[in-house]
Every structure is written in structure tokens, then in C-alpha cells.
Design a protein around this ligand. Structure first.
Ligand code: SMG
Ligand code: MG
Length: 399
């Protein structure tokens, strides 16, 4: 791993290999726990509206005590991606957890690096796989007394916090929401856009907030139609940090063509499903910035490889968000503390989405969030939140 530091020119990226020291853990049982947290306000995007965060949590119970938590970022409905909560729970119960337990039986234990190998026979389901790997990472790092941040190669103690603002019914309402977040101290604001809710919306926000770092996310709602390209080109006037995923996820050549027609840098989100697709997208000039989401690429270890591939190409990355509870938020903050994460991520304070989080809340400090430093995720669900938000629990074990 040390050779990667040469490409980055960053001494801190000389990340120690944990393979030698990370102990095998022995999983006694896997609890698949469904939670449902109401959102403080609905979140609208070009792909629909959400009123609550429904998630599958993967809770590993280790033989001899100890545990680990993973959060699956799949959403209730298959809109942002093909994965969705019920599907993720099914694939975990029926295929992924049994495969990991079978691996453990034949190898005498599991390490975080084993998870992707054990699950590789199954196609897709990146978010479900990521949740299981996250739980194994948490469990084994807790045993070691090492934090996620240290394991992933973090170089910062706090990260700049950005906030994503959904589509609003009126520009006046949107300006109120953005104003509130600017007052709260967020270091950049991302606006959701869609055809016909773009140029005027961004113009109004830019006029009211001339000094705020702004970017937009289209969730693939545009095409190369003339009127769509014209609207995206009109956004060049507003000094946006980037436009995220304007076109369909599989349209890399379309993004490359669009990049030649607009000045705002293109960032890809849905298109990037692995370090390999990140390399391809960058090498095709489909994007010049990458949004990294561990769930979308199959886990935090692959997310680090996306970071490394981008760093080697001089491409800035930032950490995306999936309305995570405190568990996923803790892991995202650790990831966003890596050196190549040079842009603020969609990692807000807990209060942006939840009146009560699953863990102790993450709170902004001068527009920043502190990187958890305790063993594993450094946070755990509180008993009261588990009681309040759990909707079902099932136990999977190797009989
Ligand atoms: O966690 O603050 C957050 C959400 C950020 O906008 C956000 N995420 O496309 O980047 C994205 C969306 C995906 C989830 S909503 C469809
Ligand atoms: Mg996005």
C-alpha cells in the first residue's frame, strides 16, 4: 500500500496494512434489524420523495462477546438505485449472511478483507454487501481497539460539512431552507435540480447567497437533448463547484460529450460502482470529480480504492450521503477524513434529518464534524433509539 503514497504525494497515505494484525473474528449470529426513523422534513429529488429513513442494520454478535454494526443504505424504494430495503434484507438473509458464515466455517474465522471474496459469487447488491462488510470491520476494529478512521487512512480530525437540499415547491421556501443551513454554518450547499427546476432556482439561490459554495445534483434526470444541454450550459453562470450526475448512470460517453459543452465540472455519483468504473469514467473524461459512496461501490474498503484511484489521477473526491443514521454517518466521516477528500461531502449533522438519531447525535462545530476516534465506528446505537425505531428483528446463524 505504501507505493500509493507516491502517486498522491501525500506522506499520510502510507497506510499500514492491517492484514497482518487484524484478527479473525468468529460470528456467532447475525441480527438483521429493521429500523424506521422519521425525517424532520420530507426530502424530494428528481427520483421521488422520502418521509422516513428505513434501513436494515446488520448487527454481528461474536462468539465470546463483542459485536459490530453495519448499516445498509438501500432506500425503501428502488429509485436512486435498483436496491431497496426489503430486497437488501432478503438477499442478506438468504444468500450473503449464509455465504459469510460458510466461509467462516471453512476458514476458521473472517477478516474484513474476506467479506468481498466470500460474497463475490453473488452478482450486484453492493449496498447489502457493504453493510455486511461494515459490520465485520466494526467488530474486528473494536477487538483491535482501532478506529475506522485509522483503518481507512484518515489524516484529519474533523471534516467540512456540506448539506443537500431537496427540491422545494417554491423558490421562496427553498431560499428559507438554504438560509437556515447557511446560518447553521454548513460549508457548502448542494441543490437538487431537474429539468424545469434548474436555472431559475440556481439563479435565485446564487443571488441571495453570493459567497456560498454551491453545487447541484440532477440524479440522472437530463439527456443530451438540446434544451437539456442549454439549461446545463446556462448553469455555467453561477460559479457552481460541480454538477452531479446530469445523465443516466450508464451514459459515460454522454457525460464525456456533455463535459465538452459546459464549463461546470461534472461529478459522477450513480455511474461509479467500483474503483474500476471510477478509473474508466475519469479516463474517458466523463467526469473530473467523483462522489464516493461506500454502499454504492460495495463497501468502505472499495471506497478507499476509489479514493486511491482518483488520487493517482489527480481527481478530487467527496463523500456522498444516503441519509445515513449515526452509524453510517460515523463511517462516512472517517472515510471523508482521507487526504483525497478535498471537497465537502453530503455529511451533515444528525439534526439535518433526524429529531433523534440512532446514536449520539453528530453536531456541527463551526461547520465541521469531528472524526470519531473510538474503536470501530466509535459510536453505537442507543438503547432508547433502538427501542423507539426498530420495526423487526431476525436472527441468522449457522446451525
Ligand atoms: O445524506 O445528505 C444526505 C443525502 C444526500 O442528496 C443526497 N443523496 O444522489 O446524492 C444523491 C442522494 C441520494 C439519496 S436521495 C435519492
Ligand atoms: Mg447524487
Amino acid at each position: 500500500m505504501i507505493e500509493r503514497s507516491a502517486g498522491l504525494g501525500h506522506p499520510h497515505l502510507a497506510r499500514p496494512s492491517f492484514d497482518a494484525v487484524e484478527p479473525d473474528v468468529t460470528i456467532d449470529a447475525v441480527e438483521l434489524r429493521r429500523v424506521r426513523l422519521p425525517l424532520v422534513a420530507p426530502f424530494h429529488t428528481a427520483r421521488g420523495r422520502q418521509d422516513a429513513r428505513e434501513a436494515v442494520l446488520v448487527h454481528l454478535l461474536l462468539a465470546g462477546g463483542g459485536d459490530g454494526w453495519g448499516e445498509c443504505v438501500a432506500e425503501s424504494e428502488p429509485r436512486y438505485s435498483a436496491e431497496y430495503t426489503d430486497g437488501a434484507e432478503t438477499v442478506l438473509r438468504q444468500f450473503l449472511v449464509p455465504a459469510l458464515l460458510a466461509w467462516q466455517r471453512s476458514h476458521g474465522g473472517v477478516t474484513p478483507d474476506d467479506v468481498a471474496t466470500a460474497l463475490a459469487p453473488f452478482a450486484g447488491h453492493a449496498m447489502a454487501k457493504a453493510a455486511l462488510e461494515m459490520a465485520v470491520l466494526d467488530a474486528s476494529l473494536r477487538v483491535l481497539g482501532t478506529s475506522f478512521a485509522q483503518r481507512l487512512g484518515a489524516v484529519r480530525d474533523a471534516i467540512d460539512s456540506g448539506v443537500a437540499v431537496g427540491l422545494h415547491a417554491s423558490i421562496a421556501d427553498l431560499l428559507d431552507t438554504v438560509g437556515r443551513h447557511v446560518d447553521e454554518g454548513y460549508r457548502r450547499v448542494k441543490l437538487k435540480i431537474e429539468p424545469d427546476a434548474d436555472v431559475e432556482v440556481v439563479r435565485a439561490v446564487r443571488e441571495r447567497f453570493p459567497d456560498t459554495m454551491l453545487q447541484v445534483d440532477a440524479n440522472g434526470a437530463y439527456s443530451l437533448r438540446d434544451d437539456h444541454v442549454a439549461a446545463l450550459r446556462a448553469l455555467d453562470d453561477f460559479d457552481l463547484a460541480l454538477v452531479e450526475q446530469p445523465l443516466a448512470p450508464d451514459d459515460l460517453t454522454g457525460h464525456a460529450a456533455l463535459a465538452r459543452q459546459i464549463r461546470t465540472p461534472i461529478c459522477l455519483d450513480e455511474s461509479i460502482t467500483s474503483a474500476r468504473t471510477a478509473e474508466l469514467a475519469v479516463d474517458l473524461a466523463a467526469c473530473s470529480i467523483v462522489n464516493v459512496k461506500a454502499g454504492r461501490v460495495g463497501g468502505y474498503l472499495e471506497a478507499v480504492r476509489v479514493h486511491d484511484a482518483c488520487a493517482a489521477r489527480g481527481v478530487p473526491v467527496w463523500c456522498g450521503g444516503m441519509l445515513e443514521t449515526g452509524l453510517g454517518r460515523a463511517a462516512n466521516i472517517a472515510l471523508a477524513a482521507l487526504p483525497g477528500f478535498t471537497l465537502p461531502g453530503d455529511i451533515s449533522a444528525s439534526a439535518r434529518y433526524f429529531a433523534e438519531d440512532l446514536t449520539e447525535p453528530f453536531v456541527l462545530d463551526d461547520g465541521r464534524l469531528a472524526v470519531p476516534r473510538g474503536p470501530g465506528l466509535g459510536v453505537s446505537p442507543t438503547r432508547s433509539a433502538l427501542r423507539a425505531f426498530t420495526t423487526s428483528v431476525e436472527l441468522v446463524r449457522d446451525y
